[in-house]
Design a protein around this ligand. Structure first.
Ligand SMILES: *Cc1c(COP(=O)(O)O)cnc(C)c1O
Length: 499
């Protein structure tokens, strides 16, 4: 039985600005050995007239402040983080070593191609490996996030249609899609058309055809589809659906943000998908959350190659690597320099370490873990999805709420008291009271059992003492926040108290 675990010590620490004293410093600087200048002479009115008001603290005060803040936060290095659809997975520490190898880390972004061969070679191999995993012909590493990958892929689709003298506007998207899908359409001047469906199911060819016909049957730019979908279910009709979309002149965009359910088992390219993005910060082990770096490479078929972002990294006949800048049909540059280069190193390290067999095993275990949670929790929380889940399981607590008044948010907050990060809640929107749990492949059975115990304990508490659950979290440094106020009136800066 998992016991509530204190997350930190519950008293108010003075903010760093209220610590220290005038003249105290943690730094020892060498004496000035260049002429002292008057900032006003260089910067005019922009020069500071008084000191910036930074805290004057000792070195231990400064590092204790930051270490303490890091401990108040929930992180994957200390606990299970089953945030569905976000794949908060394994972040091997050796990746961090590799990404910090000085020759990679310190390379100047303007280094000429001839002097950056090692870095370009790593990027080229990552392109090859991601193309192989997705079953595509080529890959661009430029996009800085999944959403930017979507933007890129849709721009390429538009450019493809334009090259054929067409400009279709409609992109069909199942209701369960990630919110970034319709947003990327809007940014591209395209119209997102929802394919409505009942919760739990997979998209059927009939539904797709009906949606296209309802819209007049032409003007089909394409379909955007996530597989497995956000209910964690494999879209088994995808080959037929793709045939329908292609038959209407459209292209198929695969949202591959979370590829860890199928890698090594099924390849979107083989199924007929034309373009896909993959999130390196989900499946390919860069830590994410908290505004960390993102990378959303796009992989695509031959017919989309001329339109990919430029310049294009290629291996020349003599075996050296270079950027090909002569791409007249390219949609252009999406990102300065190479993209989020450190993430390519992390993905490369992981891909090389795992190999094809390792990736195949990782997705098998991700599915096994999710199905284990489904089997153990479906009698305590409703399982609205009739199909066996893939890498994530969607449960619902609507029955619990009816019986006890305890809401999904309360269950999520109470999980923090048990030392677990909450799963994704209220998403996908098609499932009322959704709890979307993604355990990932790296969690042990013991950890999953502790999580299951906690989920069952919360359901029991909801019956016996609903106020306890509704008041959670009780063991964290800060309790329940006023989320609306935090969003509308965020206090992001410390200000001295008046008087
Ligand atoms: C995370 C995610 C995205 C968006 O990726 P970002 O890197 O957050 O922009 C798109 N689709 C799905 C299915 C996702 O899980």
């Amino acid at each position: 039985m998992a016991r509530p675990q204190p997350q930190g010590i519950k008293f108010r620490e003075p903010p760093i600005f209220e610590r220290g004293t005038k003249g105290r410093s943690g730094a020892s600087l060498s004496p000035l050995d260049v002429p002292d200048v008057d900032p006003a002479a260089h910067f005019g009115a922009l020069a500071r007239k008084e000191a910036a008001g930074l805290p004057e603290v000792s070195e231990p005060e400064a590092f204790r402040h930051f270490v303490r803040l890091s401990q108040w936060n929930f992180c994957i290095d200390s606990q299970l983080y089953p945030l569905g659809s976000c794949t908060m997975k394994y972040n091997p520490k050796i990746n961090e070593w590799a990404a910090r190898i000085p020759a990679f880390l310190k390379m100047h972004p303007e280094t000429p191609d001839e002097l950056a061969q090692g870095s370009l070679e790593v990027m080229w191999h990552v392109q090859q490996m991601l193309s192989a995993v997705s079953g595509m012909d080529a890959c661009s590493l430029q996009p800085s996030a999944g959403a930017q990958g979507e933007l890129t892929g849709l721009m390429m689709m538009r450019a493809y249609h334009a090259s054929k003298g067409r400009s279709p506007k409609k992109v069909f998207i199942p209701e369960s899609a990630h919110g970034t899908n319709p947003a990327s359409c809007a940014l591209n001047g395209l119209v997102a058309v929802k394919i409505e469906k009942n919760p739990g199911g997979v998209v059927t060819p009939q539904e797709v055809l009906a949606a296209i016909e309802r819209e007049g049957g032409d003007d089909v730019c394409g379909l955007m589809i996530t597989n497995p979908n956000t209910l964690g279910v494999y879209e088994k009709h995808l080959p037929e659906i793709i045939e329908i979309v292609h038959g209407k002149g459209g292209l198929v965009y695969g949202d591959g943000a979370n590829t860890n359910a199928i890698m090594g088992h099924a390849r979107p390219g083989d199924i007929g998908v034309d373009v896909i993005h993959i999130n390196l910060h989900k499946t390919f082990t860069t830590p994410h959350g908290g505004g960390g770096p993102g990378s959303g490479p796009v992989c695509f078929k031959k017919h989309l190659e001329p339109f990919q972002p430029g310049p294009v990294l290629v291996r020349k006949d003599d075996g050296t690597f270079a950027f090909d800048r002569d791409r007249p049909q390219s949609i252009g540059r999406l990102r300065a320099f190479y993209g989020n280069f450190g993430m390519f190193i992390r993905a490369y390290t992981y891909l090389r370490e795992m190999g094809g067999e390792g990736l195949k095993m990782a997705s098998a275990l991700a599915v096994l873990n999710a199905r284990y949670l489904w089997a153990m929790l479906k009698d305590t929380y409703a399982a609205p999805v009739p199909e066996a889940c893939m890498h994530e399981v969607v449960l619902s607590d609507v029955d619990l709420e009816k019986a006890t008044g305890v809401k999904t948010l309360d269950v999520a907050k109470r999980l923090l008291d048990y030392g677990f990060h909450a799963p994704t809640i209220y998403f996908p929107l098609v499932v009322p009271g959704a709890l979307m749990i993604e355990p990932t492949e790296t969690e042990t059975k013991e950890t999953l059992d502790e999580f299951i115990d906690a989920m069952k304990a919360i359901a029991r508490e909801a019956q016996e003492d609903p106020a306890l659950v509704k008041g959670a979290p009780h063991n964290t440094v800060v309790g329940r926040l006023d989320e609306a106020r935090a969003a509308r009136q965020p206090r992001l800066r410390w200000r001295p108290q008046a008087g």
